[in-house]
Design a protein around this ligand. Structure first.
Ligand SMILES: Cc1cc2nc3c(=O)[nH]c(=O)nc-3n(C[C@H](O)[C@H](O)[C@H](O)COP(=O)(O)OP(=O)(O)OC[C@H]3O[C@@H](n4cnc5c(N)ncnc54)[C@H](O)[C@@H]3O)c2cc1C
Length: 274
C-alpha cells in the first residue's frame, strides 16, 4: 500500500532553497507512489499563537486560562478550531512527517513552533501514559530537514556555535521522540547561501536519493523508558540498577542523558551502529 507523507513547510519565498528542498521531496515521494500533503505555513497564514480562540465553545476555566488543560478538553470533545483539526487529520494519516525549514535562532521559525504548540495537543499527540517509546505516534517516522547560514564546522563540538547534536536535542527528543515518532537522522543543508550552485544542486540530488530508500532507514537511538522509574516518588529518574550498569560504559546514554560522562558522538545526527 502507498505511504502518506506530510511536509510541514516553513519558508516565505517560492524561490528559496527551502522551496527547492520541499519540491524535490514532493517529486521524489510522488515518484515512489506516496500520497503527499504539504502544509505551506506562510501561504496558509497559519496562526502561530496558542490562544483561547483555538477552543470552540465555553472555556472550562475562563478566570484562569490554561492552554494545555483547555485544549486537551476541547480535543476530547471535538471543540478545537478548524485549522488545528485539519492539521491533526493530516498527521493522523501520515506515515512520515518532514519538517522543512530554515534554522532560526538554533530552532524552528516561530510559525512552525506555533504549528507544533497548537497541533500536537495533549491527548492527540501525547499523555503522561503515552510518551517517548510508548508515545502515541510510535508507528510514524519524522525528519527535520533544514538549511543553515553557518557552515558545518561551526556546529562541531569545537566550533563557534557548539555541537549541532545539542542544538537538535530539544526538537528531536523534546518534541518528536516525546510524541513517540521514530526520528530519522536530520537532513541538514549547510550554509546554502554560501555554497556554489553545483554544491547546492548536489545537496538536492542527495536528498532526492535519500528519499528513495527512506522507508528502510533505521531511526536514531534514544534512552528507553524502561531504564527509568516512571513514578512521581521515583522522580522519573534512572533505576539504580540501570545506572550501575551504565556506569561501566565510556559514554553517556544520549546527548542529554550524559551522566556526567562524554556525550556519545553524533547521537542526534547519525544512526547508532549497535
Ligand atoms: C530570524 C533568523 C534567525 C536565524 N538563525 C540562524 C541560526 O541560528 N543559525 C544559522 O546557521 N542560520 C540562521 N539564520 C539564517 C538562515 O538559517 C538561512 O538564511 C537559511 O537557512 C537559508 O535558507 P533559504 O532557503 O532562505 O536560502 P536562500 O537564500 O533562499 O537560498 C540560498 C541559495 O540557493 C539558491 N537556490 C534556490 N533554489 C535552488 C535550486 N533549485 N538549486 C540550487 N540552488 C537554489 C538561491 O537562489 C540562493 O542563491 C537565521 C535567519 C533568520 C532570518
Amino acid at each position: 500500500m502507498g505511504k502518506t507523507v506530510l511536509i510541514v513547510y516553513a519558508h516565505q519565498c517560492p524561490r528559496s532553497f527551502n522551496a527547492a528542498a520541499c519540491s524535490t521531496a514532493v517529486q521524489a515521494l510522488k515518484d515512489r507512489g506516496c500520497k503527499v500533503y504539504i502544509s505551506d505555513l506562510y501561504a496558509m497564514n497559519f496562526k502561530p499563537t496558542a490562544t483561547a480562540e483555538d477552543i470552540k465553545g465555553d472555556l472550562k476555566n475562563p478566570e484562569h486560562f490554561d492552554y494545555g488543560d483547555e485544549t486537551m478538553a476541547a480535543w476530547k470533545e471535538g471543540r478545537l478550531s478548524e485549522d488545528i483539526t485539519a492539521e491533526q487529520q493530516k498527521v493522523k494519516e501520515a506515515d512520515l512527517i518532514i519538517f522543512q525549514f530554515p534554522l532560526y535562532w538554533f530552532n524552528v521559525p516561530a510559525i512552525l513552533k506555533g504549528w507544533i504548540d497548537r497541533v500536537f495537543a495533549q491527548g492527540f499527540a501525547f499523555s503522561l501514559q503515552n510518551m517517548y517509546d510508548n508515545g502515541i505516534f510510535k508507528a510514524k517516522k519524522a525528519i527535520l530537514s533544514f538549511t543553515t547560514e553557518g557552515m558545518e564546522s561551526m556546529y562541531l563540538p569545537d566550533g563557534i556555535n557548539g555541537d549541532i547534536n545539542v542544538t537538535l536535542w530539544p526538537l528531536q527528543n523534546g518534541v518528536l521522540n516525546f510524541c513517540g515518532f521514530q526520528v530519522l537522522a536530520p537532513q541538514i543543508f549547510w550554509a546554502v547561501a554560501h555554497s556554489p550552485p553545483e554544491v547546492r544542486t548536489a545537496m538536492l540530488d542527495s536528498w532526492r536519493e535519500r528519499l528513495m530508500d527512506i522507508w528502510t532507514e533505521k531511526p536514531l537511538t534514544f534512552a528507553s523508558t524502561n531504564l527509568f522509574n516512571l513514578t512521581f516518588p521515583g522522580g522519573f529518574r534512572l533505576h539504580p540498577e540501570a545506572k550501575e550498569k551504565l556506569n561501566a560504559l565510556p559514554y553517556g546514554i544520549t546527548t542529554a542523558h550524559h551522566l556526567g560522562k562524554p556525550v556519545p558522538p553524533n547521537n542526534q545526527t547519525k544512526v547508532s551502529e549497535k
